[in-house]
Each structure stands twice: as structure tokens, then as C-alpha cells.
Write a new protein. Sequence first.
Length: 254
Amino acid sequence: MLIPASPRRVRSTRILLRIDEKKSSWDLRNAINDGKVFADYCMKTLGMPKTNIHLVNNATYINIKRELNLMRQIAEAYKGGAKLVVYYAGHGLPDEASGDAYLLPVDGYGSDLTTCYNLNDFYAALGAMSLSQVVVLMDACFSGSLRGDGMLASARGVAIKAKGSESKGNMVVLSAAQGDETAYPLDGQHHGMFTYYLLKKLKESKGSANLGSLFDYVKDNVVKKSLVVNGKRQTPTSSPSAAVYDKWRQWTLK
């Protein structure tokens, strides 16, 4: 894939949490490639210095906590002037009893949610940081479905509709699928479907597309492609905090 280049900027800080396939566990198709290519786009298309990109492979529970703490310190140092993009490609799963959504780190167990990262806590930590903008790009689903076919959670063998997690602070979350849907891969392109169309629009616009047009493009194409290829609906969602409800669509990732 040819990645368009643009001039570099130095004011924004990016963190990418990438989880690739978990050994002796569940399939996580294309996630490692998703993270690598998105990092390349951050540098070449969005103009981010390599030092501003935190790329975490095989992220453990402690890795996630460490990166959140580091981002908090950076936000404090920039005194509210920094912007943050968080990209996550990996597994999510629901608590069958409460419906709460969780990130499944590489050392976590789907059968023991105390080893997983509560998504509400994740968003609360980001929202509490002194940042001018936080954009979360979440290529994961929280229904218990694998990224493709099969289940990694739910003893009943059915998808569970996870409760929505509330955005905080100056934050918007763009997610690959609704709470009871699967985030599918686009195997011919070696990407998750959500990430493929995200990167495609960034490429076409050379990174200048605002979040509103970016999200509309991704949602329209993912819904259509998933129905044609998988025979099932995948519906990307946007979840802005109250503070940015009428502002986020004009933001850009640059």
C-alpha cells in the first residue's frame, strides 16, 4: 500500500495500543498489520514524529496501565496543549452479568475479567487528562465474538450486547461495531474492515479529512461491505463526550 506523505507536525502526541495474535489462544486476524500500517500513516501522512508514536505489541495489562500513566504525564507537561490519538486493534469482550465492556490484553483471560481492562476505566483515564482533543479509534468488538467467526466469550455461544461506555473530557470514540455486532476482517486486504476504510480515506484525503467526513465514509462502506461479504451487519459508531458533541466532526487527525 502506497502511503502518502505530508509535512511533519510536532505538537500532537500519539499512542497506539496494538495487540497481535495471542499464542495458544484465539485468532486475531490482521491486527498486527493494522497497527503497523496505522503507525506508518501517523508518520508519513499525518506528519507525526516517530518519537511521538507509542506502538505496543502484545500489550499486557501492565503495558496498558503504563502507557496511560505516561500519556497523563505528557498531557500535564503540555498544560492542555497536546492532542492524543489512541488506536486499538484487538479483542474486547463483555461481562455477561453486567454488560460492561472490557479490553482483553495479551496476558488476560476471558474467563476472569479481573485480568482484563474495563473499558469505562480506560475512557475515564483518558478523559481525565488535560488534553485539547482525544480521538479513540477502536477496531474491536465487545460482543464476545471473534474477529471473524466463532466466540471467545459467552457460555451460551451467542453474542452479548455490551453496554455502551461513556466518553469523557474532550473525547470522541469511533468504534468498529455496535455492542452486539462482530468487527470483521477484510482478509483480501490484510486489515480489519474498519481499519481498511479508515486508512483508505486518509490516503485519499492525504490525512486532511475531518473526523465527520472520515467517520461517514467508514460507516457507509463498512455497513455495505459487511452485508455483501459476511451476510451480517457491522455498524461503526461515534460516541462523543458532551463537551465536544458539536465540535468533534470538524477535528482532523493531523
